[in-house]
Design a protein. Structure first.
Lengths: 422, 309
């Protein structure tokens, strides 16, 4: 691994200087030899981004994504770490499954892979998975989620929050009351769903579960993370819970910050996602919440799907969309360009806060001598029309295809090596 | 016109043209030999991913009476996440040189998706709980004939009450769009649990009280209540539904003079409509069925061109 010398980069705090990297860490400029030089004049250097919510599809659906392609997409998006959700095949519900995933990542990954364990065996929502053994394994799992499915049973959720407390674990909930919508629910319940005859999810399917879960978190003194908050009502419940000191964090996806439910009028299944795209008042609420810190972080919910799983009627096609490669672009477009978030805010919401979910010592750290060398070089002014075929992902369910967006990521360095360079 | 996917796509001129040509087509039903050469050499595939008797038969007759080569495919269950994708199914049949697909599908939007993938013309013969534009056209055809018999066939100023399970009805969505284009006043009547979200933005009046509007309507269109809804918690019992929302003999007696009754079928006699109402002299229910063939001939003619004779 060659040393790196990045010259002229501006940091989030506004200072400009050269960054030297050797043996995976930032060092004094005098500490590098025969370094590969990167001219970062006019570019911003931010700590490597951390995605708290990624579907890598390996093992199980390597036709849709692999650890190699998913983490390369992450690198192209400026990420140096991703949290690999447990809804794999086999499900990450044992220490063996967690260690296997870690071994695959050690061989193939272009970013750090943080293993997320399931809350319940087989994601069935009934019996707890081996949380303690997963935690004690070499994967050191401290985050648990049945994401893709909601832990519906209140008692199971209570037990999970209580049990994970013993080792400081966090339970990440996909908050969605499946009983509040019909079986075919596939979009946001609104005037549009009524007109299109598509069964919809009301916003309260999300906020009712968040409300229950923050109460259970209070009861158990546990730790809750709310995945992909998409509604104004959900934001209000979290704001209220935080004001009462409940130990809860929350994330919002790039697509819930940027795309509205009117996209489904085309019946293009690229826009089928769960939770669904919402109406403007919800978009405004989650943007505001990300700005004021009620929502702590951005999570991509990067969900690759093979074409044959999307070429179906809207109610049958699988839900989910890509996110890793355009997440920073979307945050710049809706949060930075509009003055809602400054660069220090971006660093917090996309790097430091998600890294703190699992108490990472390698990610979300400042750019400083002695720290792990994870960074992304950003050109804040660059723009491009998104082309879904220009991707590292194996899948093409990119909802930003054809849109003019910022094109910020110039280079990514993970643990001292270049994982992406434009 | 390339496709007929939504009743909302039709301008007043287009809708009127379809109804007028349907009148010409209607004459064929009285002939001993029901055959026009109009669509000779054209291939129409009726793709029914969902069961249907009257709509499929009516499209088949419409195609055959116009000399099209009409093929019926019952593809029920063939488009699931495990089987061949809808896209592959459509591309395969499109590649055989099909001129027109008539598609019925259980999923809302599936027909519009199919239309985006194929070269051929596409007619929506009912997609999920979204739309059923030819049903709305045949309803309008039967209603216009009824109004004409009363001396004035203008839709303007007429009140059409549509009653029943609006939430799960593709018929109501297409009827609202078409009747508003034609100029009618539409009043929607349903229990609150069977009203679609946002129905107040459809440009219609909406009420939960059938009795308040039953004597205002020129047309009362009763919608079928599917048996499975009775177990879905949408209303307490069939008895209560009939009492509150059925076209009972008592409500039949309160209809204004000249008012007529429609039902897209199949009916649940005794539930949403009494036999007295279904078989009344002012019931248009069989006229709707007859109109179905004529209107579908007209739709195929408008899409596939040629001259009527």
């Amino acid at each position: 691994m060659r040393d790196l010398l990045i010259t002229g980069a501006r940091l989030a705090d506004g200072t400009t200087g050269d960054l030297a990297v050797s043996a995976g860490r930032f060092v004094e400029a005098s500490g590098v030899h025969d370094a590969e030089r990167l001219d970062a004049d006019g570019l911003l250097a931010l700590p490597g981004l951390v995605d708290p919510h990624t579907h890598l599809r390996e093992p199980g659906r390597e036709d849709a994504e692999t650890i190699a392609t998913g983490t390369l997409a992450a690198a192209r998006g400026g990420y140096t770490a991703v949290h690999a959700m447990a809804n794999l095949d086999p499900v990450t519900d044992t220490a063996e499954a967690a260690e296997h995933l870690l071994a695959l990542a050690a061989r193939d990954a272009h970013a750090e892979v943080v293993v997320v364990g399931s809350v319940t065996k087989g994601l069935a929502g009934e019996e707890l998975s081996e949380m303690g053994l997963m935690h004690r394994s070499s994967a050191g799992v401290t985050m648990f989620s049945d994401d893709g499915r909601c832990v519906m049973d209140s008692l199971v959720m209570r037990r999970a929050l209580t049990y994970a407390r013993t080792f400081g674990g966090v339970v990440a909930q996909h908050a969605q009351d499946t009983r509040l919508a019909g079986p075919g629910a596939c979009c946001h319940e609104s005037e549009i769903s009524g007109r299109l005859g598509l069964p919809g999810w009301p916003a309260q399917a999300e906020s009712a579960i968040i409300a229950r879960d923050v109460e259970l978190t209070q009861l158990t003194s546990g730790r809750l993370h709310v995945c992909h908050v998409s509604t104004a009502e959900g934001v209000e419940v979290i704001r209220w819970a935080k004001s009462r000191g409940v130990n809860v964090t929350a994330e919002v996806t790039p697509h819930h910050l940027y795309l509205g439910t009117r996209e489904v009028e085309s019946f293009d299944t690229t826009f089928k996602v769960n939770p669904p795209l919402r109406t403007d008042e919800h978009l405004e609420a989650v943007r505001e919440a990300l700005a004021d810190g009620t929502i702590d972080m951005v999570g991509t919910d990067h969900a690759p799907h093979a074409r044959q799983d999307k070429d179906h009627p809207f109610d049958v096609a699988l839900p989910g969309m890509l996110g890793l490669e355009q997440a920073l672009a979307v945050v710049i477009e809706v949060m930075v360009s509009t003055g809602r978030l400054d660069w220090a805010g971006v660093v917090d919401r996309m790097s430091a806060a998600p890294a703190s979910l699992t108490g990472s010592t390698t990610q979300g750290r400042p750019i400083a001598v002695g720290e792990p060398a994870n960074l992304v070089l950003v050109d804040p002014a660059a723009r491009a029309v998104v082309d879904r075929d220009r991707t590292a992902s194996k899948s093409r369910n990119n909802p930003y295809h054809g849109r003019d967006l910022p094109d910020p990521v110039v280079a990514t360095v993970w643990a001292g090596r270049l994982t992406h360079r434009r | 016109m390339r496709h007929l996917l939504s009743a909302g796509d039709l301008s007043l001129a287009e809708a009127t043209s379809i109804l007028d040509v349907a009148e010409e087509m209607h004459a064929i039903q009285d002939r001993p030999i029901k055959k026009l050469p109009t669509l000779r050499g054209r291939t129409v595939i009726n793709m029914f991913f969902e069961d249907s008797t009257r709509t499929r038969t009516s499209f088949e007759m419409a195609g055959k009476w116009m000399s099209a080569d009409t093929i019926n495919i019952s593809a029920k269950g063939s488009s699931t996440s495990k089987g061949e994708s809808l896209r592959d199914t459509m591309l395969t049949l499109d590649a055989m040189g099909t001129d027109c697909f008539v598609i019925r599908h259980g999923s809302s939007g599936a027909v519009a998706q199919a239309a985006s993938w194929v070269r051929a013309h596409v007619v929506n013969a009912g997609d999920g709980t979204h739309e059923h534009p030819t049903q709305a056209l045949l309803d309008a055809f039967a209603i216009r004939r009824h109004l004409r018999a009363g001396g004035d066939d203008a839709f303007e100023g007429r009140t059409i009450a549509i009653v029943g399970d609006l939430l799960h009805s593709r018929v109501v969505r297409s009827n609202v769009l078409l009747q508003r284009t034609l100029g009618s006043r539409v009043v929607l009547v349903a229990p609150p649990t069977l009203l679609p979200t946002g129905v107040e933005q459809w440009g219609c009046e909406v009420t939960n009280d059938f009795d308040a509007v039953v004597d205002e309507a020129d047309i009362v269109m009763m919608l079928r209540v599917q048996r499975e809804r009775m177990h879905g918690g949408f209303f307490p019992t069939a008895r209560e539904y009939t009492e509150l929302y059925g076209l009972t003999p008592e409500r039949l007696a309160r209809l204004r003079p000249g008012a007529a009754i429609c039902h897209p079928g199949p009916m649940n006699r005794g539930l949403e409509i009494s036999s007295e109402a279904a078989d009344a002299t002012n019931s248009l229910i069989l006229d709707q069925v007859t109109a179905g063939v004529s209107v579908r001939m007209s739709v195929l003619y408008h899409l596939l061109g040629g001259s009527p004779e």
